[in-house]
Design a protein around this ligand. Structure first.
Ligand SMILES: NC(=O)c1ccc[n+]([C@@H]2O[C@H](COP(=O)([O-])OP(=O)(O)OC[C@H]3O[C@@H](n4cnc5c(N)ncnc54)[C@H](OP(=O)(O)O)[C@@H]3O)[C@@H](O)[C@H]2O)c1
Length: 265
């Protein structure tokens, strides 16, 4: 941990790519030392270097969040690094799992893997870190869910169920931890234009023989997004930073949907 001027210690899962990476960088820019977790050590080390360039310390934690022992081992290392104090936790690691099979064409292993990533892992993190934060009398936890945790969708049963379950975990943790000054909230993004999604849209354009703009327009129409565009990672980052900043002081147990209005209908 850096001895001087840290806003505190933050922990971000799913930081090796996409939205989690941007959240980790925003937290570092805001003065936090940041522990970053994922399976891809090289990507995490590159991120740690970027955090270093922002003048903050980083800890790289390599773990598969589906493996309880690995994740718990990483949490042990985290608490040693942070001298037992954690101010911000962002559970961003997530997977969509199989996208199109309907119930009946699904393997139990696929279902378990999705639920272990999106729901059980945040529980393991909270099970270890929430008592630490409650004892300290402060802390902010943000769970990254999805708008398919707010509604069902054919072909996304395991994803929807896991993100829906994360809402229950969020609300219950908020009720338990509120009296100790710890907030726990849930962000429900719709599609985010991160590299993985952009690659999907590009592939759809190539497969359909249309331009990338046309493919994106068709995707947006299919997803029923009134504002007519996917989110950018910075939209999710801004909400995380609001929740961990002064504005989030009295907000807990909430689900903040950032999806261009797709779930309003
Ligand atoms: N992108 C979207 O359109 C969208 C929409 C709604 C919700 N979300 C949610 O937003 C969050 C971030 O997603 P994203 O799409 O921005 O990121 P992404 O590019 O899909 O990256 C996912 C991140 O989660 C980590 N991760 C996945 N499985 C893991 C495992 N078993 N163990 C450890 N780490 C694991 C990955 O790290 P490694 O590969 O290094 O393990 C990576 O850092 C997720 O919770 C996702 O469900 C995304």
């Amino acid at each position: 941990m850096s001895a001087q001027n840290a806003a505190g210690a933050a922990f971000v899962t799913g930081a090796s790519a996409g939205t989690g990476r941007e959240i980790a960088l925003a937290l570092a820019s805001a003065g936090y030392d940041v522990a970053v977790l994922g399976r891809r050590t090289e990507a995490l080390e590159a991120l740690a270097q970027d955090i270093g360039k922002l003048g903050r310390k980083a800890l790289v934690l390599t773990a598969d969040v589906r493996e309880a022992t690995e994740l718990e081992g990483a949490l042990d290392k985290l608490l040693v690094w942070s001298d037992g104090a954690i101010d911000v936790v962002v559970n961003a690691a997530g997977t969509t799992g199989p996208l199109s099979p309907h119930i009946g064409d699904f393997t139990l292993a696929d279902f378990d893997s999705t639920v272990a990533t999106n729901l059980r892992a945040p529980f393991i993190v909270l099970n270890r870190l929430l008592p630490v934060m409650r004892k300290a009398g402060n802390g902010r936890i943000v769970n990254i869910g999805g708008n398919h945790g707010m509604r069902g969708r054919a072909g996304r049963s395991s994803y929807s169920a896991s993100k829906w379950g994360l809402r229950g975990l969020t609300r219950s943790a908020a009720l338990e931890a509120g009296p100790d000054g710890v907030t726990v909230n849930y962000i429900a993004p719709g599609p985010i234009a991160i590299p993985r999604m952009k690659a999907n849209w590009k592939a759809q354009a190539e497969a359909g023989g249309v331009s990338e703009e046309e493919a994106l327009r068709a995707y947006v129409a299919n997803m029923g997004i009134p504002l007519g565009k996917p989110s950018e990672a910075e939209d999710i980052v801004a909400m995380v930073m609001y929740l961990v900043g002064p504005g989030g002081r009295n907000i807990t147990g909430q689900e903040l949907v950032i999806d261009g209005g797709a779930t309003v209908l």
